[in-house]
Ligand binder design. Sequence first.
Ligand code: SME
Length: 161
Amino acid sequence: MYEFSVSKDDSGKILYEDLIEAAQALVANEPDTIANMANISALIWQYVSDLNWAGFYRVIDGELVLGPFQGKSACIRIAMGKGVCGAAAETGETQRIADVHAFPGHIACDAESRSELVIPIFGGDQVIAVLDLDSPIKERFSPEDQAGLERLIDTISSSLS
Ligand code: SME
């Protein structure tokens, strides 16, 4: 069992420094990518509020394949360039979508999702996976959430690839 201390500030916002420290501790000395993705999705699910899905898609043979996650059963395969996840994987750029209903080609794995944050994960100069977070709340993800989670992924990416 792991015990982490992940605090929030006075306005209830999570302190990403704490989450990043916890993520680093979780993957330390563990080479198995799937095990690390499983624990990181659980960590984010536990501490990042108002999510209805948190998990990974891996790039396998040129398409995205469902990886470890928390939330409802989801689409298994996503073509490069399709949906929010495919856009992040194809462009190598984070997609922070305030309202998924306004995103052309959004793939609705869970009808409850209203906003989405997808962060590409690099192995060298290749995107090897994405982290996908969904929320039932419109405009759930702020630039600070994006920056904090990008930092988290950046510091542990070698343990995910
Ligand atoms: N909504 C995503 C698909 C993955 S699920 O949200 C888990 C997309 O448009 O790529």
